[in-house]
Design a protein around this ligand. Structure first.
Ligand code: RIB
Length: 305
């Protein structure tokens, strides 16, 4: 496998609504879907559909939501490196999506994936060490992420940490990462700096890089695109518009999946950012997370436009 991803699979229960509900309020929604989600699984599906040879390390229960996972991985061509937990249920996420803006708010309960530990990582040490690219997030424990990144580093894989959701991580962990890819709020949590503009993102990227990231910090900025700092040069990648924005949920996962595929083929940073941006731009034109990931043909067509 060229790309090995550690992360969480959950079933996404997504409600469309005119605006976010307030505490104590009941809203009538505009629709509901139940589908595959979880940042690790979404990134694996994105990478596989974008042409990557992808394995996913995760943990699910032996239940209906777990069966949904197998179906989506099979359809996308993701190779499951999966522990099937007889004692725990597959996780789930509740998602609210504003119909007008496509913006979202998420609560995740990782379920079985919350039990991924360093021992489970060690059973996949060979696959991790032999990969060209190893990528993870922070929906499972930080200690599992650390074991994964250390194994990848020892084996010579390029390492990507998408620090989502934001967590309290130390400089030693950041030092195991070639690339770190937070969004605005995650960057604010990691640096204590505001990130509302591209200029602020550059300042924050430099601060995060100084904590030990090896090759580049890439901050995704939603409608403002992305900002990358590699220690000498700042690159602002403007957003691409591939159609009407209907659902931004999973756009960060699409970006990371596309980025991993481009890196695995040896693309330089500037090209990898363009590929990642195109993958994300297409994903927001469809509803769902894993379900919205574009094919390689769609990405190539958008980049050629
Ligand atoms: O990034 C989007 C994902 O975050 C959703 O699929 C949800 O499951 C949460 O993990």
């Amino acid at each position: 496998m060229e790309i090995v991803i550690l992360g969480v699979y959950v079933a996404d229960a997504a409600y469309r609504c005119d605006r976010m509900p307030m505490a104590g309020e009941t809203l009538i929604g505009r629709g509901f879907t139940l589908g595959p989600g979880g940042k690790g699984s979404n990134q694996a599906v994105a990478a596989a559909k974008a042409g990557g040879d992808v394995g996913l390390i995760t943990r699910i229960g032996q239940d209906t939501f777990g069966a949904m996972a197998d179906a989506v991985w099979d359809a996308a061509g993701v190779q499951p490196l999966v522990t099937r937990d007889a004692a725990r249920a597959t996780g789930s996420a509740g998602i609210f999506i504003e119909t007008g803006t496509g913006q979202n708010a998420i609560v995740i309960s990782p379920g079985a994936a919350g039990a991924i530990d360093p021992e489970q990582i060690s059973t996949h040490a060979d696959a991790i060490a032999n990969a060209a690219v190893a990528m993870t997030q922070l929906e499972q424990s930080v200690e599992a992420a650390r074991a994964f990144l250390q194994t990848a580093r020892d084996g010579g894989a390029a390492t990507i940490l998408n620090p989502a959701p934001a967590a309290d991580i130390d400089d030693a962990l950041l030092g195991l990462c070639d690339y770190v890819t937070p969004n605005e709020t995650e960057t604010e949590a990691l640096t204590g700096l505001p990130v509302t503009t591209v200029a602020e993102a550059e300042v924050a990227a430099k601060a995060l890089m100084a904590r030990g990231v090896q090759k580049a910090v890439i901050i995704t900025l939603g409608a403002q695109g992305a900002l990358a700092w590699d220690g000498t040069t700042a690159q602002h990648v403007p957003p691409l518009r591939a159609g009407e924005v209907v659902d931004t949920t999973g756009a960060g996962d699409a970006f990371n999946g596309g980025f991993a595929v481009a890196l695995a083929t040896g693309a330089p940073l500037v090209e990898a950012l363009a590929f990642a941006t195109a993958t994300a731009a297409l994903s927001v034109t469809k509803e769902g997370t894993a379900a919205s990931m574009p094919t390689r043909a769609e990405i190539d067509a958008l980049l050629a436009r």
